[in-house]
Design a protein around this ligand. Sequence first.
Ligand SMILES: Cc1cc2nc3c(=O)[nH]c(=O)nc-3n(C[C@H](O)[C@H](O)[C@H](O)COP(=O)(O)OP(=O)(O)OC[C@H]3O[C@@H](n4cnc5c(N)ncnc54)[C@H](O)[C@@H]3O)c2cc1C
Length: 501
Amino acid sequence: MKADRLIISGDLHADPAVRERFSRDMSAYRIVPALVVEPRDEEDVIRTLRFARNEGHSIVSRSGGSDLSGASIGPGIVLNFKRYLNRLVSVGEESVVEPGMILDHFVKKITEHGLMLPAVPSSSAICALGGNVGTRSTGPRTAKYGTLDAFVASLRFITAGGEVVDTAERLPDHLAAGLKKIRERYLSDAESRAIMDRRPFVAGGYNLKALARYTDMRELATHLLIGSVGTLGIVTQIRLKLIRKQTIHGILVAHFRDYGGLTEGAVRLKALNPAALEYSDASCSERVEGKILNLEDPDIVGTLVAEFDGSAEQGREAGKVIEGLGVSRMWNISPGSPEEAALWNDRRRIQMSLLKYCRENNLLLIPVIDDLAVHLKDIGSILQEIEELMQRLNLEVSFYGHPGFGSIHARPYFNPADESIRNQIETVSRETFKILQKYAGTLVGEHNAGRSRSIYLEEELGPAFSYMREIKNLFDPDDLLNPGVLFDTEPICTNMDFSIR
Ligand SMILES: Cc1cc2nc3c(=O)[nH]c(=O)nc-3n(C[C@H](O)[C@H](O)[C@H](O)COP(=O)(O)OP(=O)(O)OC[C@H]3O[C@@H](n4cnc5c(N)ncnc54)[C@H](O)[C@@H]3O)c2cc1C
């Protein structure tokens, strides 16, 4: 690559050590990029796009790099926003931020103003706003307040053709006209709309439901860009609408002995409109070695945590509605107490604790079925079927997630010394897809599309998938932006690295 032809005010890295650093995200994939670019401004992004097009390279936008499915790595140019484009432009109920700002830093600033962004992922210490938009991120309070999509007012982005677009102002004519056409076709296609409407709340892929929802093409473009995993445009500024910080009135923790009780308990608690409704199984409790999620009761299938910010009455009611559902123990935690902080600290550390356990035992926690989106009423049946699948394959598995919005993280442990590891990964993915099909669930959930998740998306969506292709062709006809993560993915194990790190 003739990198010296790319003149920008930011940084260019062609040396192997830096490229190696950007060859991974938090998935099991490793793809060494040809070049890493750290833009200082939009002009740098435009120049990089032009250069990539001339040199025949693809572009991957990257903010925090915490993606779990290889969506923030690629063989072409990695555009790293974390280095320079990381400023808070303005703060208030409407806040404007650049994509590279680490989410925790943003949360700290808005908290000082008594404001809150409810969709804060457990990875907030390492992820950044650009990736949050790229994946349409969630947090425990998505249960009541929705995904990040509900809090984005508008976006500034660069198109694959190098145009600067601010969706608060206007769309280029070709995008507005193209979206109108796609929208009209979608509105008259009852079959595809029904397929999309059947999907669970946090199902990933392009947000086709936005085609039915928004009549203003600028708004439609905003909500298609959110969750498009860097395949439709490069986001350079995010305008967020925030809410006032809410007071927590009650927290209930309950351990369940069987999946039937757990599912019914989750359905009844959800009916009380909790701010958060979280789940983790006994293996998570054990491995987190925390202060709250440390129950060593081998007979439970899992723990539900429900947090209420509506009234104290909700918390009192919560204990009553789950009585008699196979609860082995339940108790309340006082809002603002050290136990509350310890509880959320334990919850945030689950994934890292499982990773630590695997590292110590020469195992790999490869994200394969880590991001399932399901309907709440099916949660127990799906967990049970996956558990049986793992028993047949002789794989240990941990489960945790957010029943409050139908999200399950299923984390099988793989042995890299086992020669059949590739076969196991393929089987786990395919067989779980089959299980989910029975329940109208999907492998592409709150963390959105990626190299390990999108392989069955076309099969899952049938005719509705054609709208995703049309939208992609409209925004990026030459497939310059992040190819291989949503469309035409390679077999799941391609580029996976099985070394223990
Ligand atoms: C321990 C752990 C816990 C997690 N918990 C959660 C959770 O609770 N909820 C949740 O939703 N996710 C969670 N995740 C997944 C991940 O952290 C989120 O998806 C997060 O939003 C990704 O942000 P990032 O900045 O790291 O994105 P990156 O990895 O940098 O990118 C993610 C995607 O966004 C695209 N993108 C990045 N920047 C831009 C840009 N400027 N323009 C256009 N596209 C862009 C990338 O191309 C990529 O496709 C977790 C991950 C880990 C490792």
